[in-house]
Design a protein around this ligand. Structure first.
Ligand code: AMP
Length: 283
């Protein structure tokens, strides 16, 4: 595996691969890697000739400076994991190279995608996500890019960006990897105490409970019942929302294919998100 820290070295390495007609699969990450990230690497290996992973804690997508400071950073372990999972190029850029002063930021109207759920509670977050992913796409020029369904809204935002700008990259969403308890794997789980980790399992329990209610209740009713169920834990709920998977608009009276329950909650100081498809996308 090539470990690359500068843009010039990245472009050189990618040129070598492109000259051999190799397709490029790209997995952007913020590091503190775990098996969930490695599943994306495996998907990328199955689809593309060369797998590039980036490890970059993008400051522009954090609306809370404490969250940015406390975000876990484990570069040595990240390198080891990427290497053992067969990643070809690991790219660890610096903030200065990613965002040179003279560079203009891409501007895209995200419409309602930016004002619901994560967009509502983390203002500016998706502008930062679009900025960094666009920058990476420009540098890596991948044929395929792999994103986790765990960040459900992020997938919708990236797809919207790719469609708006007509970028020549296929976005491939990958299923969420979970601990055996159901807790979605996340870099932020490293910040949970042993007790909090057990408490956090209530997030997936709530999503699973919601799924059992679908056949007898409307989306509004499921939202109410699941919110009440969640309240039996000591976590602080930010939102529980059942949405249309394409528009991310909340569902009220009627179900649609792909209806998905999304949740965000604080477990102690740590903000966790998760989601669960309640109705299969294509029946
Ligand atoms: P992050 O490092 O948290 O920005 O995540 C990088 C990529 O890994 C994103 O596309 C995430 O959606 C994805 N990811 C994070 N956790 C998981 C998981 N448990 N299962 C699958 N993909 C994940």
């Amino acid at each position: 595996m090539k470990i690359i820290k500068s843009i010039s070295a990245l472009l050189e390495a990618l040129d070598l691969e492109r000259n051999l007609d190799k397709s490029i699969g790209f997995v952007p990450t913020m590091g503190a890697l775990h098996e969930g990230h490695m599943a994306l690497i495996e998907h990328a290996k199955a689809k593309a000739d060369v797998v590039v992973a980036s490890v970059f804690v993008n400051p522009t997508q954090f609306n809370n400076s404490a969250d940015l400071t406390l975000y876990p950073r484990t570069p040595e372990n990240d390198t080891k994991l990427l290497e053992t999972h067969g990643c070809d190029i690991a790219f660890f850029p610096t903030v200065d190279e990613m965002y040179p002063e003279e560079r203009e930021t891409v501007a895209i109207d995200l419409g309602p995608l930016e004002t619901v759920m994560e967009g509502k509670f983390r203002p500016g977050h998706f502008t930062g996500v679009v900025q960094v992913v666009h920058r990476f796409f420009e540098l890596v020029r991948p044929e395929f890019a792999f994103f986790g369904q765990k960040d459900f809204q992020q997938v919708a935002v990236i797809r919207h960006m790719v469609n708006s700008l007509q970028l020549p990259v296929e976005i491939i969403p990958c299923p969420t990897l979970r601990e055996s308890s159901g807790l979605a794997m996340s870099s932020r789980n490293m910040r949970l105490s042993a007790d909090e980790r057990i408490e956090a399992e209530h997030i997936y329990r709530t999503l699973s409970y919601a799924k059992t209610l679908v056949s007898n209740h409307s989306p509004t009713e499921v939202t109410e019942l699941a919110t009440r169920f969640f309240a039996t834990s000591s976590m602080e709920l930010e939102y529980f929302s059942i949405v249309n998977p394409d528009t991310l608009m909340p569902l009220t009276d009627n179900w649609v294919n792909g209806a998905t329950a999304c949740i965000a909650a604080y477990c102690g100081e740590v903000r966790l998100i998760d989601n669960q498809e309640l109705i299969p996308y294509s029946l």
